[in-house]
Design a protein around this ligand. Structure first.
Ligand code: GDP
Ligand code: IMO
Ligand code: MG
Length: 434
């Protein structure tokens, strides 16, 4: 089956960008299907670092088509900056396509994002303040601007004349930063956006389905992670889109039967940015040490990521929701040198052992991790040599750790990522043939 979806198995930042770029080698097309520039995907090619937010990781491979699907929300101005950065760094948007059904993030969405966080008082979500939530709110309320609207000037003028007074009133009511634009200035700005994307906009569902019909391979690049899913994540501490594999269908206009493989990108330990429960979170020096070892600082906001041990209760939730056919384990190299490594295999909540991830925040707050402790392993000097020698040559402790994950999740670990670079990847089995 030529459709392969890559999903973050935790709370984001698992290394999806790296794995997408790696698996894109065999593909014709890379598709983003949800989220927006709240995402920050790092790809390192020949020592050069690229940080992608709204653009699909396919833009770094000039022979691939990179698609921004209908489920994505786009901030045109920030995307313009991102395009500039990527082109300067050697990427290309020559093969970029943008769905006419994708929604636009407006300046007032960013302002509302900040204002809503303020209203949540001492319980903010800790959003990226990119306007993601308010943009999706407008989509669901059926008042959002779509990319295709840029080509219908009368419709656009009508929508602007309704939207500007509405959002101005809303911002004022929320005591938020004012929206300065007039109907005319917003229309002029939107015409500039149209010029910017002209030639790139189309019905991307047709494009993707034609590629699949022709037997071409398509990678669907998830953003965020399963635990940030609006339905299945740690609500309300989630993002505002469907981050799980099902989102690839609705967010790109392909049928479920066209998705053959679902790769869960699983970091060898847990991280989370922003607020919300995280049962295996470490504290103090232990957390700081892992944060430093893993370079756990956000791409988008620069915030330090909270760190903890791997949580198999959480990962099982993810594997079940997404139907992972493979796991790509990432950053396992970061754990080299630990004397002991812990894995959470169950939660203890009010004296009871719980194996399935609960919906209730209070249960999650009360949950104590039940750990299995395994012997650690030493690292190596030459990663290229380790990659060359393949899986069998990895440290025994690391392989036992991987077996523990496979046994716990009943999913094979097909890829082992042992460094941030494209080539620092060990393939045990081709995920395209799962
Ligand atoms: P994404 O949002 O899931 O694409 O992940 P991010 O790019 O936000 O964060 C992952 C970070 O880990 C980036 O700095 C990557 O360069 C880095 N990274 C990815 N895979 C590996 C790996 O296997 N080992 C190490 N040490 N770093 C990795
Ligand atoms: P990638 O694709 C990690 C988190 C934010 C916040 C919550 C809601 O790089 O893995 P939002 O701005 O989406 O309304 O914020 O979701 N969040 C992410 N955390 N990685 C991401 O993306 C994230 N995108 C959003 O920190 O807690
Ligand atoms: Mg990221």
């Amino acid at each position: 089956m030529p459709g392969l979806v890559i999903i973050g198995a935790q709370w984001g930042d698992e290394g999806k960008g790296k794995i997408t770029d790696y698996l894109a080698e065999d593909a014709e097309m890379v598709v983003r299907f949800q989220g927006g520039n709240n995402a920050g995907h790092t790809i390192i090619i020949d020592g050069k670092t690229f940080k992608l937010q709204a653009l699909p990781s396919g833009v770094l491979r000039p022979d691939k088509t990179a698609v921004i699907g209908n489920g994505v929300v786009i901030n045109m101005e920030e995307m313009e900056d991102e395009i500039k950065r990527i082109v300067e760094a050697g990427g290309t948007i020559a093969n970029l396509k943008i769905s006419d059904r994708a929604h636009l993030i407006m300046n007032y969405h960013k302002k509302l994002d900040g204002a809503e966080e303020k209203y949540r008082g001492n319980k903010p979500v800790g959003t990226t303040k990119k306007g993601i939530g308010p943009a999706y709110q407008d989509k669901i309320s059926r008042i959002g601007f779509r990319v295709g609207d840029l080509y219908e000037e009368d419709l656009l003028k009508e929508k602007i004349s309704f939207m500007i007074p509405y959002k101005k009133d809303l911002l004022e009511m929320m005591d938020a930063e004012k929206c300065q634009c007039s109907n005319e200035s917003l229309f002029a700005k939107m015409m500039r956006w149209r010029d910017m994307v002209d030639g790139l906009v189309c019905d991307t569902s047709v494009l993707i389905n034609e590629a699949l019909d022709a037997g071409k391979k398509v990678v669907f690049e998830g953003a965020q992670g399963a635990m940030l899913d609006i339905d299945h994540g740690t609500y309300p501490y989630v993002t505002s889109s469907s981050t799980c594999a099902g989102g690839a269908c609705t967010g790109s206009g392909v049928a479920p039967r066209r998705i053959g493989s679902v790769v869960g990108c699983l970091k060898a330990y847990t991280t989370r940015v922003g607020e919300g429960p995280m049962v295996t979170e470490m504290e103090g020096e232990e957390e700081e040490a892992l944060q430093k070892l893993g370079g756990e600082f956000g791409v988008v906001t620069g915030r330090g990521r909270r760190c903890g041990w791997l949580d198999l209760v959480q990962a099982e939730h993810s594997a079940r929701l997404n139907g992972f056919t493979s796991i790509a384990i990432t950053k396992i190299d970061v754990l080299c040198g630990y004397k002991e490594v812990k894995v959470c295999t169950a939660y203890e909540i009010d004296g009871k052992i719980v194996k399935h991830f609960p919906a209730s925040l209070s249960k999650l707050e009360a949950a104590k991790p039940v750990y299995k402790t395994v012997k650690g392993w030493e690292g190596w000097d030459d990663t290229a040599e380790v990659v060359k020698n393949g899986y069998d040559a990895l440290p025994e402790g690391m392989k036992s750790y991987i077996s523990l994950i496979e046994d716990g999740l009943k999913v094979p670990v097909d890829l082992v990522s042992i460094g941030p670079g494209r080539e620092e990847t060990i393939v045990r089995r081709d995920p395209w043939h799962s």
